[in-house]
Design a protein around this ligand. Sequence first.
Ligand code: GTP
Ligand code: MG
Length: 335
Amino acid sequence: RIQRRNIQCRRDIDSFAPKFLAIFESLVPAEEEIAKQRQLINSLNNLISREWPHARLHLYGSCANSFGVSNSDIDVCLSINERELGKAEIILKLAEILEAGNLQNVQALTRARVPIVKMMDPQTGLSCDICINNLLAVVNTKLLKDYAMIDPRLRQLAFIVKHWAKSRHVNETYQGTLSSYAYVIMCIHFLQNRRPAILPCLQAMEATYVVTVDNIDCSYFDDVNKLHMFGARNREPISRLLWAFFHYWAYQHDYTADVISIRTGTLISKHSKDWTRRIGNDRHLICIEDPFETSHDLGRVVDKFSIKILREEFERAANILQYDPNPTVTLFEPY
Ligand code: GTP
Ligand code: MG
């Protein structure tokens, strides 16, 4: 079922921009919350360096990529070079250190797909997950943050899309819908492909940040201060972008043939990646290429039931933005 409907946007779409901007502002965390996160990382770094002087903690995920809403859990990665210990042993040892340091609800999840220690800090009230040596996540966090500095409309769009996805329960990977990380990648791809473009393709430009993680080349142009005028020729406000984003995913994306790729800045074919067949649990019903782990489809969690739910939600959102008298309210009505 491929539909390529080109619907004319409603005439009053721009009049909703101030209300959507107000929603965006209300979702952005306050400075004091960011200060609390830093305070927690510093005290954890002190605890850990007594046992492992060369280990370091990095923030990653939404508290460091600038796409975090208030009160999200914080994601932390311990980078450590311990040749004698396996990951599970490091996790157990880390849990011991944290308990001795008076952190609460410390749980070592050694058998999870990504082994982590969970805990809560009674001083700041923050909950946090610590994983081990997941440096790709630290690098993709930086990539997202750098994209966010180029044009303010990326954060506006991504916050509102995440808020919609949470309200409508389509941000739950264990139920076959998409991660926050996948939604942000979808927003970046969409803004790379507006005409005139709002975002460039940083991985296609001359690299100023050069790193290799797990044999994967993660280089890209990160001197983003030079790009702050990049999107200036495109004057579309957030309301129009939201309309077009949901229209794209509801009526224009070719789910049978295309993969979105922010690495290349364009669509690429499922065929070229050999993502046309189901292999194991990977069904490739909506294809979102990870910018660095290119064999990794962020849509792999989506199954034949959840793809239907997801596409119905894209259509609902597109129709609300096209016809509803109060789209800034109706869009987020709980499922
Ligand atoms: P919220 O917690 O919902 O606010 O969003 P988040 O930005 O923290 O996203 P999420 O919890 O989905 O993921 C946390 C981080 O883990 C992301 O920012 C990525 O750095 C990383 N990550 C998540 N999923 C994947 C994945 O499938 N592949 C890779 N390489 N990294 C991932
Ligand atoms: Mg998170």
